[in-house]
Design a protein around this ligand. Structure first.
Ligand SMILES: Cc1cc2nc3c(=O)[nH]c(=O)nc-3n(C[C@H](O)[C@H](O)[C@H](O)COP(=O)(O)O)c2cc1C
Length: 210
């Protein structure tokens, strides 16, 4: 049985996907569940994901993604779009969810609302956006590991024009902006990157003990 560390050693940022291989819908559901179950600050999950299958749209997005072929060749393209600001009504609807799920009263959750108001909602718009994007990146990390566990390849990607993505996906109107994207599928046999040894900081350089 492979260990978690085996999974992480197996994965690499895939440069060339096999265009003939598709992720099964069962595996895709597992990956989406990994995103859904990801931890987030206060549990607010300030993001949505967009799964893009449409070939013409993908071709267009590739042109705004440094022409990286993963955008058109991977089985799935997933966009992590974070909320640009956290509104009072968004927090209220989250409190209602908690109350309903756990059989509580929303009045009893006002302490949590107060904390969100005095921290996240106090941030200036830029910092609020950064906070929300950070939450989306945690989901990305979780997805990469979940995919590796299923021996499904991924490439996390920041090499794209976020403003163009926002425009093509009509995100601004929905209070969202593209944080990061990931392409998912199966490596091409001739993707040479899969044979390259991992380059990582030594534990001595990475880990400090006080
Ligand atoms: C947030 C993020 C953005 C990245 N953007 C790209 C990208 O646009 N294109 C690409 O080919 N690789 C991209 N990478 C892959 C990294 O270069 C790669 O993860 C790193 O070099 C470590 O190699 P490994 O993941 O293969 O172990 C990105 C990785 C992360 C985490």
């Amino acid at each position: 049985m492979s260990t978690y560390i085996d999974d992480l050693n197996w994965r690499y940022a895939t440069k060339k996907f096999d265009i003939n291989k598709e992720v099964s819908s069962k595996d895709l559901q597992t990956l989406l569940e990994a995103i859904q179950l990801t931890a987030s600050s206060y549990g607010l999950q300030p993001y949505e994901i967009i799964i893009i299958k449409d070939a013409a749209l993908r071709e267009e997005l590739k042109a705004h993604s440094w022409n990286q072929t993963q955008i058109t060749d991977a089985s799935e393209v997933i966009v992590f779009a974070n909320k640009t600001h956290i509104t009072s009504s968004y927090v209220d609807s989250y409190l209602q969810d908690i109350a309903q799920t756990r059989g509580l009263k929303t009045e009893d959750l006002q302490g949590l609302k107060g904390m969100v108001e005095s921290t996240i909602m106090k941030l200036n718009p830029e910092d609020q956006n950064t906070w929300a994007a950070k939450q989306a990146y945690i989901a990305l990390g979780n997805l990469l590991s979940a995919a590796a566990n299923l021996r499904i390849d991924t490439c996390p990607m920041e090499g794209f024009d976020a403003a163009k993505y926002d425009q093509l996906l009509n995100l601004k109107e929905r209070g969202l902006t593209t944080a990061v994207i990931v392409t998912i599928g199966y490596r091409s046999e001739d993707d040479q990157t899969q044979f390259a040894a991992k380059v990582r900081k030594s534990k001595e350089d990475l880990i400090n003990k006080l």
